[in-house]
Design a protein around this ligand. Structure first.
Ligand SMILES: CC(C)(COP(=O)(O)OP(=O)(O)OC[C@H]1O[C@@H](n2cnc3c(N)ncnc32)[C@H](O)[C@@H]1OP(=O)(O)O)[C@@H](O)C(=O)NCCC(=O)NCCS
Length: 136
């Protein structure tokens, strides 16, 4: 398989192509291309993986820049899984938040995050404020 090129550059991103790739791999959460753009632009750090120009991996981290961070949108396209791509995405994001407490939610992939040093923490709570994505 061709090499995967990683980038954290937001300037040359085709947001419709990113959404298309996520939809095709059943990992879209209904954001429009413009909402994908804004959620990445408002993140502390982002990573994209491309293979022959096509998106095959993505991830973001939110952070206050001091002590607390939150991993989101961690994705490797199905044909590229179990080759260390997700680990590379997360490690690149974690490298931007030294000394910070990093949280995440995962339904299906605790095994992946355990290999990266994460442990379940009882006491996590979450809610959606109003309707999902209704804020614009
Ligand atoms: C979770 C995900 C990002 C992992 O990406 P990946 O590129 O396959 O991960 P890696 O190859 O870097 O895996 C690193 C290690 O994590 C563990 N791991 C990864 N996927 C696993 C799985 N499905 N089951 C069990 N362990 C897994 C393995 O120990 C793996 O090392 P190994 O392949 O040498 O055994 C990918 O499966 C994915 O995109 N899933 C759908 C989206 C998703 O659920 N994202 C997380 C939302 S919280």
């Amino acid at each position: 398989m061709a090499e995967i090129v990683f980038s954290s550059d937001l300037d040359d991103v085709d947001w419709a192509a990113l959404k298309d790739a996520l939809v095709a791999d059943d990992f879209d959460n209904l954001r429009t291309p413009d909402q994908y753009r804004r959620s990445h632009e408002n993140s502390h750090a982002v990573v994209f993986g491309r293979c022959e120009g096509r998106f095959v991996a993505n991830g973001r981290i939110l952070s206050d820049g001091v002590c607390n961070a939150y991993l989101v949108d961690i994705w490797t396209a199905t044909p590229h899984r179990r080759q260390g791509v997700g680990r590379e995405v997360v490690n690149r994001l974690l490298a931007t938040v030294p000394g910070q407490h990093v949280a995440l939610f995962t339904d299906d992939m605790p095994a992946f995050y355990r290999t990266l040093g994460f442990a379940p923490q009882v006491g996590g709570m979450s809610r959606i404020v109003g309707e999902w994505l209704a804020g614009g």
